[in-house]
Design a binder for this molecule. Structure first.
Ligand code: MLT
Ligand code: MN
Ligand code: ZN
Length: 318
């Protein structure tokens, strides 16, 4: 299984257009520190790719990743990009869907509440229909009913990303955190529906598994079980500590209240990751996170725990 990290920043990116914090100013002074919005591409079959989340940077991210370029030939608009899998409905993970309107067709694979928010609340269903043939596919979740082409059921929640692919996708519900634009949407009650999920990608040809979770407001037991079995996990590294959003003035809420477990502290993710057997990386770094400075002493703490900070362009082969 071939994976390309297309971006590693939280909403706004690094630098963020309206911000002059240390991290943003540092990235302006040192362009190599720039981070695009968090996204990951996975090859489902030779020349057929999916991106996990569609960020506002998606076209730029595609240009920077030759595997995602269209090939000259009889149909010059033929793109290797087959679709998008969504972990949640946040704007930084979905604004890029509109940017894909030039495509002839693409799939969006999402849990029911996420699909409803994006397709119906954001209005992307009506907006995109005159431009591109968009297939809205249900992300299989434990307990979700089977549908056309969907395995469903508690025991077989994964399905091939594309027919015939050995790469299977499944999801672990993480939290019910709504995007702010969907604050009035009801909490889903049906089994298997979730606003925020961790994705599990398994290559049945090699038996190897990746867990990708750029938004972790909680660490449920099912997530612990999934990461304990994974060969590689890439998770939410938005904030270094719980007070960071308040201390830096970017919010009046703690990291946890914003839907992001911090890296450090009693409920931090670092202590959970430290005990895992596979490769472990952080992504979705906010521009206030000291880790956006490569010289920050905090990097040494992660190295000691065997945890990496993903860089834009990191390639992972599983
Ligand atoms: C988040 O990760 O919490 C969201 O992207 C926040 C936002 O951009 O509003
Ligand atoms: Mn975000
Ligand atoms: Zn900033």
């Amino acid at each position: 299984m071939l994976l390309k990290v297309l971006g590693t920043a939280a909403g706004g990116g690094v630098p963020q257009w309206n911000c002059a914090c240390r991290g943003c100013a540092g990235a302006r002074a040192h362009p190599e520190r720039r981070r695009r919005h968090a996204s990951l591409a996975v090859e489902a079959a030779p020349g057929r790719w999916y991106v996990i989340n569609a960020t506002p940077d998606i076209a730029d991210q595609i240009e920077r990743c030759p595997a995602l370029h269209p090939r000259p030939g009889t149909d010059p608009r033929r793109t290797p990009l087959a679709g998008v899998v969504l972990t949640d409905a946040e704007l930084d993970h979905t604004l890029g869907l509109a940017r894909l309107r030039e495509a002839e067709r693409f799939e969006v694979i999402a849990a029911d509440p996420v699909r409803d928010a994006v397709r119906d609340r954001q209005g992307l269903g009506e907006l995109l229909a005159p431009y591109a043939d968009v297939t809205w596919r249900r992300l299989p979740l434990p307990g979700s009913p089977a549908g056309p082409g969907v395995a469903g059921g508690p025991d077989s929640p994964d399905e091939p990303l594309t027919p015939g692919s050995t790469v299977h996708v499944g999801a672990v519900p993480v939290s019910g955190k709504h995007p702010r634009y969907a604050a009035s949407a009801p909490q889903p009650t049906s089994p298997g529906a979730s606003w925020v999920v961790a994705l599990r990608l398994t290559d049945r040809a090699t038996g190897r598994t990746l867990v990708y979770a750029p938004a972790l407001g909680a660490w449920p037991d099912a997530l612990q079980a999934a990461v304990a079995e994974a060969d590689c996990v890439i998770v939410d590294g938005t904030f270094w500590d719980d007070e960071e959003p308040r201390a830096t003035g970017c919010s009046d809420r703690t990291a946890t209240a914003m839907g992001h477990l911090p890296i450090t502290g009693p409920n931090g993710t670092a202590r959970r990751l430290a005990g895992l057997p596979g490769r472990r990386l952080y992504t979705h770094l906010n521009n206030t996170n000291p880790l956006v400075d490569p010289d920050a002493p905090q990097h040494k703490e992660l190295i000691r725990l065997g945890i990496e900070v993903a860089a834009d362009g990191t390639e992972i082969v599983l």
